[in-house]
Design a protein around this ligand. Structure first.
Ligand SMILES: NC(=O)c1ccc[n+]([C@@H]2O[C@H](COP(=O)([O-])OP(=O)(O)OC[C@H]3O[C@@H](n4cnc5c(N)ncnc54)[C@H](OP(=O)(O)O)[C@@H]3O)[C@@H](O)[C@H]2O)c1
Length: 303
């Protein structure tokens, strides 16, 4: 199988490249400057030349707070770009797996969100990603839209790495405790994407495998709960840890509003694809083990 993925250096794209190598899958990354989602006029030419079996649309304008002041760019990258990718892949008969977000919801529901729940983004980022979902669905009948949440990894910019960095110099960290969701390890997303890709390559348009799905780790927690688990695991391994002081969202104002409830029901993904991501606790342990192993081998390599 040959996969094309957008977002060369992104958390998910990086994890996908790592896993694909192990699985003997050829991966071509589409990223700037050769491919710019903000100017995707060459999408069809690029895909026609590469001839992938599946296109994975993982790149996005992910700076949630910055997007509030840069709506035009966010919509260009998160909506117009995926629209062009979907049209191009649709014209060429290539199925597209497109990553989206829990931020398409307003977070006011008390229980986990189903795919059929009404959307209502409360940020520019969320609204631009929702527009991207509509465009992907309209552009290619062979689409799988996968909403995930709270993505972290051993590489890239993410909450887990920020917490570890803070703990190096601060004994205490204040973390929001009234937003709930499921931290999702990029490596687990990548493994799921490969499993889904293997299934969709043999499906025809109209198959129930195409549509919108929720895909996060199992279980849920708050950001404060996630931070507490990160530090407990780090301390167990003899690494720097901080004490978590839970705070309210109102104590930590940000330009973009976040949903209070980001929990996604992933039952449809399990039913249709037989894919279930591991528990967030398990992903966090594996991610930390990988990070600490990476920093030890870097120290070992120092002169
Ligand atoms: N991160 C999360 O917590 C989260 C939560 C829910 C859903 N998601 C969704 O999951 C997907 C993967 O997220 P991630 O965490 O892997 O993202 P990420 O680490 O922030 O990476 C985003 C990637 O998109 C690329 N990109 C941005 N603008 C581009 C453009 N104009 N042209 C080409 N590439 C561009 C970036 O390229 P550069 O390296 O060149 O900047 C980067 O490689 C995204 O669709 C995101 O919306 C993420």
């Amino acid at each position: 199988m040959k996969i094309c993925v957008t977002g060369t250096q992104g958390q998910v794209a990086t994890a996908l490249q790592e896993l694909a190598v192990q699985a003997g899958i050829a991966v071509h990354c589409l990223g700037r400057p050769a491919f710019d989602l903000g100017q995707p006029d060459n999408a069809e030419a690029v895909l026609a030349a590469l001839k992938p079996d599946v296109l994975i649309s993982a790149a996005a304008y992910t700076a949630v707070d910055l997007a509030e002041g840069h709506a035009e760019e966010a919509y260009r990258v998160n909506a117009a770009g995926p629209a062009a990718l979907a049209r191009a892949s649709g014209n060429l008969g290539i199925p597209i797996l497109h990553l989206s977000t829990d931020y398409v919801f307003d977070g006011l529901k008390r229980t986990p969100y189903m795919e059929s729940d009404i959307t209502g983004p409360c940020s520019v980022y969320g609204a631009s990603k929702l527009e991207g979902e509509y465009a992907v669905a309209a552009g290619n009948p062979c689409h799988v839209i996968l909403r995930t949440a709270w993505v972290y990894s051993h590489s890239g910019k993410n909450f887990l790495r920020t917490m570890l960095r803070i703990a190096e110099t601060n004994p205490v960290v204040r973390v929001v405790s009234d937003q709930f969701g499921c931290p999702t390890y990029a490596t687990d997303i990548a493994a799921a994407l490969i499993a889904i890709a293997r299934q969709v390559v043999v499906k025809a348009a109209g198959d129930p495998a195409f549509g919108t799905f929720h895909m996060t780790g199992r279980g849920d927690t708050s950001w404060a709960g996630f931070a507490g688990a990160i530090f407990a695991m780090a301390a167990k391994g003899g690494h720097a840890a901080a004490r978590v002081v839970p705070i309210a969202t109102s104590d930590y104002p940000t330009p973009a509003r976040r949903p209070e409830n980001s929990r996604l029901d992933c039952g449809k993904l399990a039913d249709v694809f037989g894919v279930e991501l591991p528990h967030w606790h398990d992903g966090t342990e594996r991610c930390l083990a990988r990070l600490f192993q990476m920093s030890e081998s870097l120290q070992g390599a120092a002169p």
